[in-house]
Design a protein around this ligand. Structure first.
Ligand code: ADP
Length: 630
């Protein structure tokens, strides 16, 4: 009580009446007084607190570690005579609004000593400030920020997962965001793209129309949609459909959001379709014009001999017209998957002879010879396979305009019927072979125009595929061509193989061995291959590469016959990425002599997007030298 007299009554009165939660303590930690607000908050009267020992009144909470509680703070103030702030104190108090519930309140509490002229502590003020509202506001802001960050991340994920280029621009059209597809397509970073804008990637021929459309959209705050070619990272232009929409809020333009969708395939398909329609119309019109002309002549002549000639000529044009329409219908059937095959057993010899006789009958300037026939029963669609033979023979006649021999030979090779048709005509240049590989392609010949829609081979290849077969060719410009096709005599069955665990594998089409000295796989492919054999062998190679942890393959195709184009896409798009993940870094590919086999391999390499170094070789030594140097 003696201590109470130390402080003037006026000072104590001041602390009692100031707004805020104040407790005045003596250096001995006796409560000298408390503010009205403090008493109200604690539900106490002044008489209940005055003169009481602080810890008698507010015992130390055993759940709060000593160094974080009141005792440590007050002790520190007494020792240092410096103010001390307690860590934020959280109290669970009864909820005034909901009986039985509690609410969290947060207190920011400081102990401030007041010193006399000798520097001794005269009294200590405990000031408590209720920061609960601040804390709950801060929590709300944090939660909002977290939500925004999460939705931004989500949005970024979505934008990068989209297959299109996506960008945003300011109201004035300055690019300020692009997704990862843009960066990948243009081979530049977001920062670089922000600087250059999109115009520098647009094909110069398409730029004026683009700028016009964009300026109009900017001026009108209206949607923008335009087709243009964009220069990709590899320097090639690809057709894109560019679209942009303005974001308008309360009548004000805030930003632009745009997408560029790659429509290159659709565009080139459209172009090819247009070209094809133009050729088809021309091809259909030619015989029709002749028929009309002969009909006129027939009307005018009374000479029976002449009339007979006109009827004959007219009939051959009708036949040609019918052939063209049949081809077109066949292609439509193939494309819609509705080509049906009536398979039955027949003797192969029968159709070979019949096809030669039929084409010979209409080719008086050529000598068609069946050099070796195949006297063997075969199970397939007789009419469709005859169609293939007739197509090969008619092409041989058509593309040897100076007449001469056309030779047909059949043989059995590795359980396959192999038929060749050789002519001594115009031949095909090496560079044109690649294009022939593609469907619908017709070799352009500037000097001569040969009738046809370029559908025959496509139809043949589909008929052969339906019989698990394939076709390929050898040709030399001005010397002639040999077209081959193959039909397997046995259905593809589970492969018969020899296996030495991860070290050696051998079946009818592939031998793979682990070359320990050079730490690589040596793969040697033989005979005719198709999608099944290639897929099976390639998966064996993947397993052995992984098991031996090697990164190099010497892939020898010298003994491969014919084409395996039906597996090219799978090898390029699926297998190479897969084996790259398995550890492959270098692939030495030794070509077969067969051009279509080479083209099948080239197609795979072209379709593959990744980092495996694939090199082609004409013979084994240079392939070995290269792979050993890696
Ligand atoms: P088309 O009706 O144009 O002859 P095909 O699909 O039968 O169609 O042939 C496709 C292309 O292959 C032909 O346009 C031609 O350029 C080429 N071709 C086919 N057979 C031969 C051949 N025996 N000699 C030279 N070129 C040929």
């Amino acid at each position: 009580m003696e201590q109470l007299a130390v402080l003037p009554a006026a000072l104590l009165k001041t602390y009692e009446t100031v707004p805020g939660l104040y407790l005045v303590l003596s250096p001995e930690l006796t409560v000298l007084t408390a503010s009205d607000a403090y008493l109200a908050a604690q539900g106490l009267t002044r008489a209940e607190v005055k003169g009481r020992d602080f810890f008698g009144l507010f015992p130390q909470d055993p759940l709060i570690p000593f160094e974080l509680g009141f005792s440590a703070s007050l002790q520190r103030v007494l020792d240092t005579r410096q103010p001390h702030q307690l860590p934020l104190l959280r109290l669970e108090l009864p909820d005034p609004d909901y009986k039985g519930n509690t609410v969290s309140r947060y207190w920011d509490i400081t102990h401030t000593p007041f010193l006399d002229e000798n520097g001794a502590i005269q009294y200590i003020i405990q000031y408590s400030f209720d920061v609960s509202n601040l804390i709950s506001e801060r929590k709300k802001v944090e939660q909002r920020e977290k939500k925004i960050a999460a939705s931004e991340k989500h949005l970024e994920f979505l934008l990068n997962a989209m297959p299109q280029q996506v960008w945003t621009a300011t109201a004035h059209g300055i690019i300020n965001y692009v997704n990862e597809i843009c960066c990948r397509d243009f081979g530049q970073s977001l920062e670089e793209l922000r600087g250059v804008g999109w115009q520098s990637f647009v094909h110069p021929d398409d730029l004026p129309a683009c700028i016009r459309a964009w300026s109009y959209a900017l001026g009108q705050n209206s949607e923008y949609s335009v087709e243009f070619r964009l220069r990709m990272a590899d320097g090639q232009y690809k057709w894109h459909l560019g679209k942009a929409i303005p974001l308008i809020e309360s009548g004000e333009l805030k930003m632009w959001m745009g997408t560029n969708t790659n429509i290159d395939i659709q565009k080139s398909n459209e172009q090819r379709k247009d070209e094809f329609l133009a050729i088809a119309s021309h091809e259909l019109k030619t015989p029709l014009t002749s028929i009309k002309a002969f009909n006129q002549l027939m009307k005018r002549t009374n000479d029976p001999e002449k009339l007979h000639g006109f009827v004959e000529k007219s009939a051959s044009n009708i036949f040609r017209l019918e052939q063209l329409i049949t081809d077109l219908l066949d292609v439509t059937k193939i494309n819609s998957g509705s080509m049906s095959f009536n398979k039955a057993e027949f003797n192969f010899n029968e159709i070979m002879q019949r096809a030669v006789d039929a084409v010979q009958a209409v080719s008086p300037d050529h000598e068609l010879l069946l050099e070796h026939s195949i006297d063997l029963p075969y199970h397939g669609d007789l009419l469709r396979i005859e169609q293939v033979l007739i197509n090969f023979l008619t092409n041989a006649v058509k593309y040897s305009p100076n007449g001469g021999k056309v030779l047909m030979k059949g043989k059995i090779q590795s359980d396959n019927i192999v038929v060749s048709v050789q002519d001594f005509g115009i031949g095909i240049a090496a560079f044109e072979m690649e294009r022939l590989f593609d469907r619908y392609y017709r070799v352009d010949n500037e000097d001569l125009r040969y009738e046809g829609l370029g559908l025959g081979l496509f139809i043949c290849s589909e008929i052969l595929k339906a019989h698990q077969g394939s076709f390929w060719l050898e040709s030399q410009l001005d010397a002639g061509s040999t077209f081959y096709f193959r039909l397997p005599l046995k259905e593809y069955a589970a492969v018969d193989c020899q296996v030495e665990r991860h070290q050696f594998y051998k079946d009818d089409s592939l031998t793979v061995s682990y070359n320990k000295v050079n730490h690589r796989l040596d793969a040697y492919w033989t005979g005719f291959n198709n999608k099944e054999t290639v897929q099976h062998g390639a998966m064996v190679m993947l397993g052995m590469l992984r098991a031996n942890e090697c990164s190099k393959i010497l892939n020898d195709n010298r003994a491969v016959l014919g084409t395996w184009s039906d597996a090219s896409e799978w090898v390029g798009e699926i297998w190479f990425p897969m084996i790259e993940k398995g550890g492959l870094t270098h692939f030495a590919w030794i070509n077969s002599n067969d051009v279509f086999c080479q083209l099948s391999a080239k197609k795979s390499a072209d379709l593959y997007i990744g980092n495996v170094d694939i090199q082609f070789f004409g013979e084994i030594q240079s392939a070995e030298d290269w792979i050993n140097s890696k």
